[in-house]
Design a protein around this ligand. Structure first.
Ligand SMILES: Cc1cc2nc3c(=O)[nH]c(=O)nc-3n(C[C@H](O)[C@H](O)[C@H](O)COP(=O)(O)OP(=O)(O)OC[C@H]3O[C@@H](n4cnc5c(N)ncnc54)[C@H](O)[C@@H]3O)c2cc1C
Length: 346
């Protein structure tokens, strides 16, 4: 009997697929995926299921679950830089914890992000001033277009904020990823998050023991329901449901003074990143909000997360997301873009 995807996704929605194949080795992953592609059937690559909303009817879909494991050092450029190859099915946070234990810096501020290593490059995961692309070197990619394996370097992925060439429409499967981490004598990279700095009582840019950063991040994240926790109903979510919008400086000036804004100077000029959570709250949607009769609700800890309060359908999750988008658009003229992947038709 095939499991429903509601049992394999963090927001606990999704119907019963045609098949679930769990690939426990890289070779199995490659061989099975090629077989599915040749069949012409609809397919989905599933990691930890923490960034997807899956439709209630997916009876035609074949699921390829990525579960290949292994972490191995592959190169040491000099005393302070180590490259590790991580198989795609490894749990992201377990990998981060292991690197911290070995005294390697690079991802300490990204502690507690759910999901697998292989899914990380898809949306260039990040938190508290660090992003996967900061330390990624290359990855192995089974390309749907060519049906062949390719090695993609960081530049090939055209990473952006929660974005990559894969997310923008280059289908395929990541089998492993290589990262270069730094030995900074047990210290973190310079802190680039005011929240972590405040939590630790140090200045921005300070370097502190890796474990201190991890502990501070895990504390901050659990206060927002952003760590998967069986005892926290606010973590039955996809994390942030919307990305923070990037707007022009001129547009940002039309917003109230109190709207948080983070300026970013790049080739296209001055752009401003806004806080999606602030926009939602100031469009009148409060923590815990729910549409009458629906089992989907805004998290009681953070307006940016949509949660399943028990028995919600995928359609109810999408209905609430669309309601939020409409309210924000009516109030501020901004179209919030969902972060999770929507699978199937709604
Ligand atoms: C409580 C909570 C907090 C979160 N906090 C953060 C955060 O701070 N920062 C952040 O960036 N994200 C965050 N997320 C989102 C999520 O954890 C990440 O996007 C994570 O990388 C998803 O991993 P996954 O293995 O669960 O991917 P899945 O949900 O299984 O898949 C996500 C997408 O990647 C594709 N995919 C998965 N594996 C592969 C592979 N091997 N090859 C090719 N494509 C693949 C899937 O087809 C799908 O399109 C959070 C989610 C939750 C539930």
């Amino acid at each position: 009997m095939t499991q429903a995807l509601s049992e394999l996704t963090s927001i606990r929605v999704g119907g019963v697929p045609a098949e679930i194949f769990e690939a426990k080795t890289r070779e199995d992953l490659i061989e099975h995926t090629l077989g599915v592609w040749r069949s012409g059937d609809d397919w989905l690559v599933l990691g930890g299921g923490s960034n997807m909303v899956v439709a209630d009817d997916i009876s035609e879909l074949r699921i390829i679950k990525v579960s290949n494991l292994g972490i191995e050092p592959v190169r040491q450029r000099d005393e302070s830089r180590v490259t590790v190859r991580v198989q795609a099915g490894e749990n992201w946070d377990a990998f981060v914890a292991q690197m911290i234990e070995q005294g390697l810096a690079g991802f300490e501020a990204m502690s507690g992000i759910p999901g697998t290593v292989g899914a990380g490059p898809v949306q260039n995961i990040g938190a508290y001033g660090q992003e996967l692309s900061d330390c990624m070197v290359r990855l192995e990619f089974l390309d749907y277009e060519t049906q062949e394996l390719a090695i993609l370097e960081t530049k090939d992925l055209q990473f952006g904020y929660r974005d990559s060439a894969i997310k923008r429409g280059r289908p395929g499967v990541i089998t492993w990823v290589e990262f270069e981490l730094q030995n900074l004598d047990g210290l973190s990279r310079p802190l680039y998050s005011t929240q972590i700095a405040a939590e630790l009582g140090v200045e921005m840019g300070a370097q502190v023991p890796l474990l201190d950063v991890r502990n501070a991040v895990l504390k901050l994240r659990s206060q927002k329901g952003m760590v998967l926790d069986a005892n926290d109903p606010d973590s039955v979510s996809c994390g942030s449901f919307f990305t923070n919008p990037m707007v022009s400086d001129a547009f940002a000036r039309t917003l109230p003074e109190s709207a948080p804004r983070y300026e970013n100077q790049d080739d296209d000029g001055l752009t401003v990143k806004l806080s999606a959570a602030w926009l939602i709250e100031n469009a009148g949607i409060k923590k815990g909000f729910s549409i009458a009769g629906s089992n989907a609700a805004i998290s009681s800890k953070h307006t940016l997360a949509i949660t399943n309060r028990g028995g919600a359908t995928a359609a109810e999750i999408i209905q609430l997301a669309e309601f939020v988008q409409t309210q924000v658009s009516n109030k501020f003229g901004i179209n919030l873009v969902p972060e999770p992947n929507f699978i199937g038709s709604f």
